[in-house]
Design a protein around this ligand. Structure first.
Ligand SMILES: [Zn+2]
Ligand SMILES: [Zn+2]
Length: 339
């Protein structure tokens, strides 16, 4: 079968090739991939990737074969799946959670083959039924939604009536903003001049305040909404140093800063201002875990989050270069490949 493979760590080390069709282990199901979302980490690579590996970790599809030990899934079911291929089952995180931090976790598209191919085999325990009425294209975005619920519900502990600032209106930032709105927070989404379409989409998702950081002052907007107090929580989803600085600057005392973007570089910060003057909390948010998937699927089933508007393009697997280019240039919010 054709698969999109990362051969090395460089951004250009990607290409289509023929690989053998995977066969399910006894505890695995074989999924025919109907839609797979393109993520920034597919394009840029990320620190944990071990090539060669099939890319793609956001999927929806149909179960076509069951391993001998599977008990919950049936052939023909519409599913989406967590990215976990295997965990060690023995470490502190496997025993006491969260398993996403397992010291020997293998995940799709980093240390195990991903879903930019016709078929992928995953543990039955990683799969979830796609809620009725959610298309394959939208369902492929359950994974980024679970990353957003992890950031908002588990790492950010966002409360009703808090002021949340989301910097970087990519798919993750937009989903984080939507989750904050569901919780009753007041939300500002900040982007650059290139993000005009994405900021418009943020407003259509219910966000009241959007701002362009190139020309307008985020700090002034935060001050005007919070009576000069500052934001309660900031989500940095752009993965750039100026966003880190701007985000930290607009937090109130005891505010929470959630780093959800990947910077790929060192940043130097004023620790005395952060920890002594203002008692800020700096928290990381990376990937998702079974708890955040449960929340994500609940939001989808209840119709609180609609993933459809985020899918701006759907392309066949052999048009992957066009898909990557649309994402890289931010002309699309989320491109889905249909292997
Ligand atoms: Zn991703
Ligand atoms: Zn483990």
């Amino acid at each position: 079968m054709k698969a999109l493979i990362r051969y090395g760590k460089g951004e250009k080390d990607v290409g289509l090739d023929d690989v053998p069709e995977p066969r399910p282990e006894p505890h695995e199901v074989k999924i025919e991939v109907r839609a797979a979302g393109v993520c920034g980490t597919d394009i840029q690579g990320h620190p944990g990737v071990r090539p060669p590996v099939v890319l793609g970790h956001e999927l929806a599809g149909v179960v076509v074969e069951l391993g001998d030990e599977c008990v919950d899934r049936r052939v023909g079911e519409r599913v989406t799946a967590e990215t976990t291929k295997s965990t060690c089952g023995r470490c502190r995180y496997c025993r006491r959670g969260p398993v996403s931090l397992c010291v020997d976790r293998r995940g799709m598209a980093s240390t195990a083959d991903g879903c930019f191919a016709r078929y992928v085999c995953l543990p039955e325990s990683s799969t979830h039924l796609l809620p009725d009425g959610v298309s394959f294209e939208a369902g492929a975005l359950t994974e980024p939604l679970a990353c957003a619920t992890h950031a908002v519900y588990e790492q950010g502990d966002v409360l009703a009536e808090e002021l949340a600032v989301v910097i970087g209106p990519g798919p993750l930032g937009l989903l984080i903003a939507r989750c904050c709105l569901v919780l009753g927070a007041d939300v500002i989404v900040a982007g650059t001049a290139d993000d005009a379409d994405r900021l418009r989409l943020a407003r259509s998702l219910g966000v009241d305040h959007t701002t362009v950081v190139d020309s307008d002052s985020l700090a002034e907007l935060v001050d005007s909404i919070s009576d000069g107090c500052g934001a309660d929580v900031v989500f940095e989803c752009a993965g750039v140093e100026p966003a880190v600085r701007t985000g930290l600057a607009c937090l109130r005392k005891r505010g929470r800063f959630i780093q959800a973007g990947i910077l790929h570089r060192d940043v130097s910060l004023d620790f005395d201002d952060i920890f002594f003057n203002r008692e800020l909390s700096l928290v990381g948010s990376h990937t998702s875990n079974p708890g955040s998937w449960e929340i994500a699927l609940g939001l989808l089933s209840a119709g609180e989050v609609d993933l459809e508007p985020l899918v701006t393009e759907s392309l066949s697997l052999d048009r992957w270069e066009q898909a990557f280019e649309l994402m890289r240039t931010r002309r699309a919010v989320k491109v889905v490949l249909t292997p």
